[in-house]
Design a protein around this ligand. Structure first.
Ligand code: PLP
Length: 374
């Protein structure tokens, strides 16, 4: 099956009792055990609603196995605490989601996990690798500057060194990019974003091989970040339209990036689908399309950022991303507020950087709102 068909059909639980075309919501946290091959329990991540979502995501990411979680951070923390032991070293790309960055700086030392943050360039990653490096962790397109990491190059290098690779594929979604096909060992999603897609769900996912998921599942049951049946059902419903939503966001993202690039009040635009993006060629190679995230800087001599945000009528200044409605945020006070000013400066995350999450509205209406606010 191709992507849109997988979105609709993969994983659906066919209810033999009612013959309904959709997966029913099984609210039980208590399941009989006498006649079943395994004990079923929500925290073991094996209820029918959890499995339906997991199977759909596995189909979309070409994964053998996977798990869903109650948040993206539950997925990230479970993956890392499952794969690393005291003394194991991890190399992380430094321009990643602020919460992941903070997870490392706030927690790793206490557990005796040495770590290094490096740029997304393979030479820098190679330089940071030590004898005890067990994981290379990347994110592409990255949050918030939409930098592109060469997935295949990192995966090939890591395999040659027997180092595991993890990628945060939240921004690309499985519609635009399938990192497991390029040799990455493990894909992580914050399903709170495009997978949920309507700004009303918090969840996460890990997709990988059967072998690696065995350990992840055992740790997941211990850490306990499992997801309830009702939210699983909502995700399954959301995923049916993931393909058409993201296609639309790809189109809108490109239109708005071009509009902003040509605007006299805009100093700089970050969008991997623009020829002016430094990693345009790598993006072309590994992505089917470039997504709905567009970051930009206003010319502060011409537009006051605070006034601009206040003047927007339809586009709301809001946290999170990936929903059907266009929202905008200032990473310095939202997703990346816990980074030190020095860390942000090093990355190029300026106080005037704006991150736009383009929705599925008509592009003309989004641009008209931005135009009147500028
Ligand atoms: C939001 C986000 C996360 C964290 O996900 P939560 O669902 O908020 O826990 C991780 N990675 C990226 C790229 C994100 O945007």
């Amino acid at each position: 099956m191709k992507k849109h068909t997988q979105c609709v059909h993969s994983g659906t639980y066919n209810d033999p009792g009612t013959k309904g075309v959709n997966t029913p919501i099984f609210t039980s946290s208590s399941f009989e055990y006498m006649d079943l091959p395994e004990n079923v329990y929500p925290r073991y991540n094996n209820t029918p609603n959890q499995k339906a979502v997991i199977n759909k995501l596995c189909a979309l990411e070409n994964a053998e196995d996977g798990l869903i979680f109650s948040s993206g951070m539950a997925a990230i923390s479970t993956a890392i605490f499952s794969l690393l032991s005291k003394g194991d070293h991890i190399v992380l790309q430094k321009d990643i989601y602020g919460g992941t960055h903070h997870f490392a700086t706030a927690e790793f030392d206490r557990f005796g996990i040495p770590y290094d943050f490096v740029s997304n360039q393979l030479e820098e990653i190679e330089k940071a690798v030590r004898n005890n490096t067990r994981i290379i962790y990347i994110e592409t397109p990255s949050n918030p500057l939409l930098l592109i990491t060469d997935i295949q190059a990192v995966a090939d290098y890591a395999r040659s060194k027997q180092i595991l690779t993890i990628i945060d594929n939240t921004f690309a979604t499985p519609i635009n990019q399938n990192p497991l096909d390029l040799g990455i060992d493990m894909v992580i999603h914050s399903g709170t974003k495009y997978i949920g897609g309507h700004g009303d769900i918090c969840c996460g996912a890990i997709l990988s091989s059967k072998a690696l998921m065995t350990g992840i599942k055992a740790t997941a049951a211990n850490l306990g970040g499992s997801l309830n049946a009702t939210t699983c059902y909502l995700i399954e419903r959301s995923l049916k339209t993931l393909g058409i939503r993201v296609e639309r966001q790809n189109q809108n993202g490109m239109s708005i990036a071009k509009y902003l690039q040509g605007h006299s009040c805009v100093k700089r635009v970050y969008y991997p689908g623009l020829k002016s993006h430094p990693d345009f060629e790598i993006a072309q190679k590994q992505m089917r399309a470039f997504g709905g995230m567009v970051s930009f800087e206003l010319d502060d001599k011409k537009v006051d950022q605070h006034q601009f945000l206040n003047k927007l009528k339809m586009v709301r200044p809001a946290l999170s991303l990936g929903g059907v409605e266009t929202i905008v945020c200032v990473p310095v006070v939202t997703s990346h507020e816990k980074m030190t000013p020095a860390e942000r400066r090093d990355l190029g995350i300026t106080d005037t950087l704006l991150r736009l999450s383009v929705g599925i509205e008509d592009a003309d209406d989004i641009m008209a709102d931005i135009e009147q606010a500028m």
